[in-house]
Design a protein around this ligand. Structure first.
Ligand SMILES: [Zn+2]
Length: 555
């Protein structure tokens, strides 16, 4: 009888105890919030036994880590937060095939309301309610924890931690051969383990931020200067268009079968050069942008050691620099140079046309609005030496591609009208995406037309390059942001386009046919800093001619 009572008590655990709450929540999150992981394991056909062992490992590891936090007045809040986080992650991992690593935390911190709005959906709400809010609500209504001495509670927590680890190790050993080969061949699996992926990634970013000294970025190119220009030569104007989420393989200029570049294709081949083999520095805006504008290149760039960038060096050399942004901002790159959002109009400018903007979002064509007034507001002495105008596009930012092309520019039909891409047939996702590229094509063609109006005053040219690519459902992956080492080509290969009119002074200084030879030469974001410096006739100790795409073409 006593035994039965004991047994019953064991099956009816005292849910007011922090450790009990911890392990119940670990069980819930480990098994349910990881449904995308179980689905992924199923597609790898590793058998039910392996999946069960893996689920047990995930649950044991989650329980072990959280046992260390199983203190009264602390644990309920922690668990509620993690339950909601796990529910949101389950939705995003399950819907878009993304993985959650430290760079994803940086992206989230730097994102803005517009981008967040694009990701919201009823399914996300349902996931949050069922997987997160429901158990969190139950948990928060548990009675207060029974009194227990500090030492005893600490001992209990440590014992639970050790027990969890032991179970995990035993389970891992039981399927060791399959486990080691699976984890080696599917590196993204580890970033799918929810919510430990969030705990790990947030801690890693926090540790990096706490460790790094806060202060102004280190000065680079202190000796920046301009090379002497020929008597009477016009100052150079470089329009640097920073694209967003455009992938190289969907540009018809690079061989794509659909006409995504109808307008640029009409420009003479003696002026327009599309480089077909260009790799990005990162797979997300927050990783790529600072690296693109750094002289260091992908191998040496360290986000934890802030340095000045291309714009600081160009400005120090005496040039006028202006950043115009149609996205969530310049990630600190333009902090020390004149900068503006498309929605902030300079004095004397006409209002933005109504069909260009709705709410707080404008089509990229707003970047071409009021340029004369924006330039007139810059230092005239600097303008005489030259101008670097940066335009930061909204481009093909997903998942709501359909919002990025105006109604009159949707040649590919029908397009997916949802931000839940997996709910649309894949052709419709690609249609919506290709429409955003046609929109960028028209923007760049109109930018060239504007540059042609500046030829009397400047020696004008354009360099367009995207920050990273995009997955459109290949192997079940959507969007971008995969860890670089395992990212597919779709996310790391970006378009880069040069427009250089042959009657300009820069083109005249280059060997004929040399530019055409760049089309199939491998290039990367590593080239951007040095090419822009060379283009503007700027020099500094950090400039490396071997990374300047045009240096080899100079007469
Ligand atoms: Zn981006």
């Amino acid at each position: 009888m006593l035994l039965l009572k004991r047994l019953l008590a064991w099956f009816q655990p005292d849910t007011s105890r922090p450790l009990t709450q911890t392990w119940l929540a670990a069980l819930w999150m480990g098994l349910l919030a990881n449904w995308p992981l179980w689905k992924q394991l199923q597609t790898l056909s590793l058998g039910l036994g392996f999946t069960l062992a893996f689920a047990g490992m995930v649950t044991a590891a989650t329980g072990a880590v959280l046992s260390l936090l199983a203190w009264p007045r602390v644990i309920k809040g922690v668990l509620a937060l993690l339950l909601l986080t796990g529910a949101a992650l389950a939705y995003f991992i399950g819907t878009y095939g993304i993985v959650f690593d430290p760079s994803m935390v940086v992206n989230m911190v730097q994102t803005d309301a517009r981008e967040t709005r694009d990701l919201l959906s009823w399914r996300l709400l349902a996931s949050l309610l069922v997987l997160g809010a429901l158990p969190a609500w139950w948990l928060l209504r548990r009675p207060p924890a029974p009194a227990q001495g500090l030492g005893k509670r600490l001992g209990g927590n440590l014992a639970a931690f050790a027990l969890g680890l032991t179970v995990m190790v035993l389970l891992a050993l039981s399927v060791f051969a399959t486990l080691s080969s699976t984890m080696r061949n599917n590196k993204s699996l580890r970033y799918m383990v929810t919510p430990l992926n969030a705990v790990y990634s947030v801690s890693a970013v926090a540790a990096r931020n706490l460790a790094g000294p806060k202060g102004p970025p280190a000065v680079i190119g202190a000796d920046a200067r301009l090379l002497p220009r020929a008597e009477g030569a016009k100052p150079p104007l470089l329009l640097l268009v920073v694209g967003e989420t455009a992938r190289s393989m969907n540009f018809s200029l690079n061989g794509y079968a659909r006409p995504t570049n109808p307008e640029l294709s009409r420009l003479p081949a003696t002026q327009l050069f599309s480089l077909r083999d260009v790799t990005s520095c990162g797979t997300a805006t927050a990783a790529s942008l600072p690296c693109m504008f750094s002289p260091l290149g992908r191998a040496d760039f360290d986000p934890g050691t802030p340095q000045e960038n291309l714009l600081d060096v160009l400005q120090r050399a005496g040039l006028a620099v202006l950043w115009v942004d149609n996205q969530s901002g310049c990630k600190g790159l333009c902090d020390r140079v004149p900068n503006s959002f498309t929605t902030q109009l300079p004095a004397g400018a006409a209002p933005l046309p109504a069909d260009l903007c709705s709410g707080d979002e404008c089509f990229d064509e707003a970047l071409l609005h009021a340029l004369d007034q924006r330039i007139a507001a810059l230092d005239p002495e600097r303008l005489k030496r030259g101008l670097v105008l940066v335009m930061h596009q909204m481009g093909s930012h997903g998942p709501a591609y359909f919002k990025r092309s105006p109604p009159d520019l949707k040649p590919f039909q029908p397009e997916c009208r949802s931000n839940e891409l997996q709910q649309c047939p894949r052709e419709q996702v690609v249609n919506g995406y290709d429409n955003t590229l046609a929109t960028t094509d028209r923007l760049l063609a109109r930018a060239v037309a504007w540059l042609q109006t500046q030829q009397a005053r400047f020696d004008a040219g354009m360099l367009y390059v995207s920050d990273h690519g995009e997955s459109l459902g290949e192997n079940g992956l959507y969007l971008h942001g995969m860890p670089y080492a395992i990212a597919p080509d779709e996310q790391t290969h970006v378009p880069m386009i040069l427009w250089l009119p042959e009657d300009g002074a820069l083109a005249a200084s280059l060997k004929p046919d040399c530019l055409a030879g760049l089309r199939d030469k491998p290039a990367s974001h590593d080239n951007l800093f040095h090419t822009a410096m060379g283009w503007m006739g700027a020099r500094a100790d950090v400039y490396k001619a071997e990374r300047d795409l045009l240096a080899g073409c100079r007469r």
